[in-house]
Design a protein around this ligand. Sequence first.
Ligand SMILES: [Mg+2]
Length: 311
Amino acid sequence: MNTENDARICEQNSRQTSKQTNEQADKQVNRQGNAGMNMAVNSKREHLKNKKLFLFDIDGTIALSEDVIEGTFELLSYIREIGGRAIYITNNSSKSTADYVKKFRRMGIEAFPEDFVTAGSYTLSYLTGKHQEDLIFVMATASYLAELRKMGLQVTERFSEDVDVVLTAFDTELTYEKIEEACRLLMDDTKERIWLATNADLRCPVDFGMIPDCGSICNMISAATDRKPVYLGKPSPGLVEYSMKVTGFTKEETLVVGDRIYTDIACGENAGVETCLVFTGEAKAEDVPGASNRIDFYFDSVKELYEEIVS
Ligand SMILES: [Mg+2]
């Protein structure tokens, strides 16, 4: 057990309060009973040792493009040994679940389709439940569009007066034509249309740096149309709640691990589960003190998280 990690576990909670709004402070006070900020470090450490369901963000948390971040294999082995479960919850909607299984196998991580809950797959189940009869205009990759069709949803990539829903995903095959069609639909006063988006992320980490993500695509359209989408992925709690529901693990047994405060950490907080921030992607250590979301644990990488758990 090292003192540096002790500091990491408790320090953030005490620093964070000064910048919080009253409402957030009230929320935090209310939670002190089960995972509170004054909890002794050892007791907090026990929380990590009791985790069974690990909900990992992918990009910037366990991988950068196809490079596996150190500590990932060790942590995944540990989870298997204790009879726990690793589920990858990602806002990246440019890849299908099948694409992810292939990517993980290339990276040397054994994974199955049920191990992935992506903003894309969650959106798919959301649309199947709520918009089965509606015509959906989709801005997405060809592989995601094929998944929507496979579920029997009515989709189009062209403007039509009959369109009921506009859906924006992380479209790495985006064209100006698609942007223009979306604007036409959202500015057409003859029909009220719902605008849904898979995820609010502004940028996606890749091996050379960052590229614009779904949130940036939406912002571009919002700037032109004065409309705002409803985001289904993180930070909405849907992905976390869905993962707990399908695996049967409780909130107390669940830990969300991610590299972004405003999506990963916020998503765990919104679902009422503990969160762990790592600094291998977007967030840096200096972002922690002023964070407006509750970060229960933070480490340089999943390697230090693993070492803390097995220490
Ligand atoms: Mg990430």
